[in-house]
Design a protein. Structure first.
Length: 86
């Protein structure tokens, strides 16, 4: 093996080692990022479920209130019509 071949092998080995280290660091960083993203997604799903539950209960309450308003309107109309008859 010539001197130039040895130098070339040393340079390529060094570059390959640096590349492997960079890839390892990138994989570790991406793994941590993915874990954090999963936690954020889980918390977001919990919030969405809570908001959906709140919206559903508000919808039920709104429907109940509409029924009570309608009954109140009927009572008001009945009282007004009794007042007119007298």
């Amino acid at each position: 093996m010539d001197t130039t071949d040895r130098i070339l092998v040393i340079i390529l080995t060094t570059l390959l080692s640096i590349f492997i280290v960079i890839c390892t660091v990138a994989v570790v960083g991406l793994t941590k990022l993915i874990r954090e993203a999963r936690v954020v997604v889980a918390k977001t799903e919990e919030v969405v479920d809570t908001v959906e539950s709140a919206a559903e209960s508000l919808k039920r309450t709104s429907n109940s209130l509409n029924i009570f308003k309608a009954i109140g309107n009927v009572i008001d109309l009945a009282q007004k019509s009794k007042g007119r008859r007298k």
